[in-house]
Each structure stands twice: as C-alpha cells, then as structure tokens.
Design a protein around this ligand. Structure first.
Ligand SMILES: [Zn+2]
Length: 358
C-alpha cells in the first residue's frame, strides 16, 4: 500500500518522510483503537516558505549550501527523510506552521506535549508555537497534575515532574519552571540521573536541582544534630526550664537535679525518635533514599517527651520542651524555599549559543 500522504499545502514543494509508527501508546494519544498503518512511512507535503518563516533550522536546511537547499533550488522540490521525529507530534507542528489552527488539539497528553516540546526545541519553533503552548500548558495544568492558580504540584512522580520541567524549559515558562523545579527538589529521593542525550534540558539544571536537594537535606540534618549536640555536648548546663516557661513556676516545681534529669530524658527521646524515622545517625551524602518531603513528613511526627511532660502532664504546655516543634519550624522554612530561576539558565544558554555561532 502507498504511504499515507498528509497535505498541508497542495502547492507544497517539500515532502517530509517520517516513520508512521508513533512513539506514543494509544492511551497517550487519547485513542482506544487505531488501525495499523499500511505503510512504514507517512508523507507530509509542506511549504518551504512557511517552514523557513517559522523556523531558523528549516531555513538553514532549505537554503544552500545544504544538499536539501541545493536540490530545492535546482528542481523546485525536495524530499526529506526525518526518521527520528514522531509523526503525531510533527503533524501538530505542521498544522501550527501552516496556520491550520482548527486542526491543532487544545489538550495533549503530558508525554505528547513533552515530545512536541522536544521538536519545538529541535526546530526552534517557540515563537510560532507560543499561543498554542500557553493553551496546552494551561489545559494540562488544570486537568492533570498541576493546580495552576495555587501553583502547587500534587503529582510527585519524578518522571512526570521531569516531563513538566522539559515543557517549562522549552517554552521558557517562568512560573511553571520555578514550581516544577521546587517540586523536584522536594520529591527526589536520589540525585537525578544524567539528562538523556535526546532531552534538551541543560545538565546544569539537573545539577542545580540536585545541589538544592542536597543543601536542603544537609541543613535539615544539621538542625537535628544541632539539638542533639546542644543537649549532650555541655552536660553541666541545664536547659529544662520546668513544667512551664515562667520563672516562678520553675522555682516551685523543679529542682536542678530534676531539670538535669529532664534534659537527659529529652536527649534520649530525641535520639530515639530520630532513629525510628531514619534521620539519626545523620545520613551521609548524597542522602540516597531521602527526599526533603519525606524527611519533613517524618519530622512532623517526631515524638520527643520531656520529664516535665511526665511529672506535670497538667502543666506542660511545651511538649518535649518544644524541641520537635523548633526543628519542624526551621525545616518548614527550608522546605518552602523557592525553585530555580529560569532566567539564569536561559542567559547561560544564550551565551553558549552565541559563542557557538562565533
Ligand atoms: Zn523539663
């Protein structure tokens, strides 16, 4: 059977030849059933003028000294094989380029949007795709994983977040990039793997996310160990202030000996509680298996009990002398620190591109 021929411009002078097999599953395409293609290829008849206007990459390809450009100039038409490009994502972008807006879907699956983003990056189509990319991101954000108005990611799956990071990066979406990078810092339980060759995210972005995750965890663990040190490094000091924080009640309810015993109780209780949730002894870099979010959830459950709590349950309004709460407060602040600024990476990228051109 002859391959399917998609005509984007009946006078089109460029014929793209792509594999007819998409990289996406039926579910990712939003289909329940699709007939098997008759041919291993799909043909797309397109206009060189539209391509060159939309994309500096196509412009370079279709002008001399490239062989495609020479053929086009000599014969008036050219066939170009694009075996790497996904036919479904490519069709969407050809419709965008040829101003066939009604044929462009407003809702894409996350993986399809990620693949479209990779093609947008490859052919530098950000400008012409801008109107649609805003719609795609907004629709997806509302439907799938991301509450746009609250700017909070609920889906903490690393693959999902990495797809979002790619989309945010390619379309230079400042808010989305900050939020998704923050979610990755909070959710990753391991250093991120190296960016695959075909994914156009600079390695420096993954490195920055890893560095933030590591810094956040190290500060959390330092806060915990700081409290342990506080209690055991100077055992002659007395931290316990009695069953309430007011000096008058201290003097009438607690002797120095009782308060010293209370410190011992807090120290033992703190170490035991931290051991139970795997944050004592202090984990070692790169904190494999620990996410910032997971550690914080465990810290929120820390059960530190003082002797004052035991001797004066009716008076104690500062359970465990507030040690667990103090740790939690500091860690909450660390947790909420912002994500990455896309401007920094975009600037680096632009500088590298201009160096490459010179
Ligand atoms: Zn006490």
């Amino acid at each position: 059977m002859a391959p399917e021929r998609q005509i984007f411009d009946p006078d089109g002078d460029v014929l793209f030849i792509l594999s007819s097999t998409s990289k996406l599953t039926l579910e990712e395409l939003g289909l329940t059933n699709q007939p098997q293609p008759d041919s291993p290829h799909v043909l797309m008849q397109v206009s060189s003028k539209h391509l060159m206007l939309a994309s500096p990459v196509f412009k370079a390809m279709l002008t001399s000294p490239f062989s495609e450009g020479q053929t086009l100039a000599r014969t008036g038409h050219v066939d170009i094989e694009l075996p790497e490009d996904d036919c479904v994502a490519f069709t969407i972008l050809m419709n965008v380029i040829h101003s066939k807006g009604r044929k462009v879907p407003s809702v894409l699956s996350l993986k399809l949007l990620a693949i479209v983003s990779m093609l947008v990056d490859k052919y530098q189509l950000q400008e012409i795709a801008a109107v649609f990319s805003d719609i795609w991101i907004r629709e997806m954000a509302l439907v799938v994983t991301y509450f746009y108005d609250d700017t909070v990611f609920y889906d903490r799956n690393i693959d999902v977040l990495t797809h979002w990071l790619l989309i945010a990066w390619v379309f230079r979406h400042t808010v989305l990039f900050e939020e998704v990078s923050k979610a990755l810092v909070q959710a990753a339980r391991f250093p991120l793997p190296a960016v695959p060759d075909e994914v156009p995210i600079p390695q420096s972005i993954f490195d920055a996310i890893d560095a933030r995750r590591m810094k956040c965890l190290s500060e959390i663990f330092r806060e915990v160990s700081g409290w342990v040190d506080h209690y055991h490094e100077k055992p002659w000091n007395v931290s316990c202030t009695g069953a309430t924080e007011t000096p008058s009640s201290v003097s009438c309810t607690s002797t120095t000996e009782t308060r010293r015993n209370c410190d011992t109780q807090v120290l033992g209780s703190l170490i035991r509680a931290c051991s139970v949730c795997f944050i004592w002894p202090t984990p070692k870099r790169p904190y494999t298996g620990h996410s910032v979010q997971g550690v914080l959830e465990r810290i929120a459950e820390l059960n530190v009990i003082s002797l004052c709590d035991i001797l004066h349950p009716e008076r104690s309004n500062n359970k465990g002398h507030w040690v667990a709460n103090d740790i939690l407060e500091v860690c909450n602040e660390l947790y909420l620190q912002g994500g990455l600024d896309i401007g920094v990476f975009a600037k680096d990228c632009a500088e590298q591109d201009s160096k490459g051109e010179n």
